[in-house]
Design a protein around this ligand. Sequence first.
Ligand code: FAD
Length: 394
Amino acid sequence: MDFDDTPEEAAFRAEARTWLAANAVAKGDSGDFSTGYFSGEMTTAAYVERCRWWQGCLHAAGWAGISWPRQFGGRGAKPIEEAIFAEEQARFGVSVGAFAVAIGMVGPTLMQHGTPDQQARWLAPMLRGEEVWCQLFSEPEAGSDLASLRTRAVRDGGEFVVDGQKVWTSNAQHSEWGILLARTDPASGAHAGITAFAVRMDGPGVDVRPLRQLNGEAHFNEVFLDGVRIAADQVLGEVDEGWKVARATLSNERVAIAGGSGVSDPERLRALARELGVHHDAVFRQRFAQIHISNELLRYLKLRTRTAMSKGARPGPEASIMKLSYSRYVKALGDLALSMQGARGQLEHPDASADGVWQQKFLNAVQTSIGGGTDEIQRNIIGERVLGLPRDAR
Ligand SMILES: Cc1cc2nc3c(=O)[nH]c(=O)nc-3n(C[C@H](O)[C@H](O)[C@H](O)COP(=O)(O)OP(=O)(O)OC[C@H]3O[C@@H](n4cnc5c(N)ncnc54)[C@H](O)[C@@H]3O)c2cc1C
């Protein structure tokens, strides 16, 4: 892996930077929606709409699906260029967070497992910012042990009829489509007999109920599926072979979650330290140095993964290393930002420093170590597949 940009990469970075400077919202502007945290009038619904708008802008200018092949509507560039663009974009007040499931997870899975018709139907609208997807995997009794899921899909002629319940479904209330796992063969073992489907979220029998969380927002939902009919041509991969599809999606999810690490976080933390007058404090400086090191390590891990993907490798256990490192990093970041503020750390936007963004980061840090597979599960994967330790008791 080479840490410096090649001449082509440097030219690509310069082109991206120029375009972003001319088109993106500046960081800290009144229209800045990059953090995904909401103050004043900004709601989750408004955030998703802003993401749709920005994704549309990216597409119109040829910056959507940078590493996707041209045949799928992408730019046909390398994953490393995708990482460069994400790095540059993180300096601006914009986000495509609402497309994390669609473009970060479902898109690559469709390219790997979808039929040509499915690829033609679904890939372009997500790149254009028109269709948001959600992930209908977790259930009340199936999270870490996803293979114990109980939602059933029963074949009925050219359709499947689905009954069951999902939970923690991010953005289900704003999504057009969901990628769904359901059991099609109850007699088979845990990983066998599961099928992956694409399901319309506004169709009959789909009941989405938002769950209110710690910070007052309703980011995720319970989804009840009651006699939902799905056409057989919306099966992703083979019937009863959905576990392969799920594994591809989950690996892409880990890369996507950790890939969201904000390069500008340390800069913004330093600005907060200056504002609070603690930037000469020795303890702060030491903890800040750790944050900076973790952020750099994450950047290198990301580059390493992207370099491997550029050479045709699929994300493996390194996705778990990135995800675990990222969840530890965001926890340390939130802890430091709040402890710097002392008693003022209890304030909320708009009374708090930086409009309460750090309070939101602190509260949201918990979710990073759960969503996309908990820290313990990532440790199990690293232990088994990287360190060669004995398998976890299952
Ligand atoms: C912000 C957020 C967004 C999410 N979005 C989605 C979404 O869009 N779609 C979706 O399908 N799901 C989503 N999830 C759900 C997420 O995937 C699950 O919460 C996660 O997989 C853990 O499952 P669980 O909550 O059932 O916890 P459990 O699996 O019940 O785990 C409980 C505890 O036991 C530990 N544990 C479990 N098994 C082991 C083991 N073998 N070894 C060691 N420790 C273990 C876990 O680490 C955890 O601490 C989201 C979660 C969050 C927090």
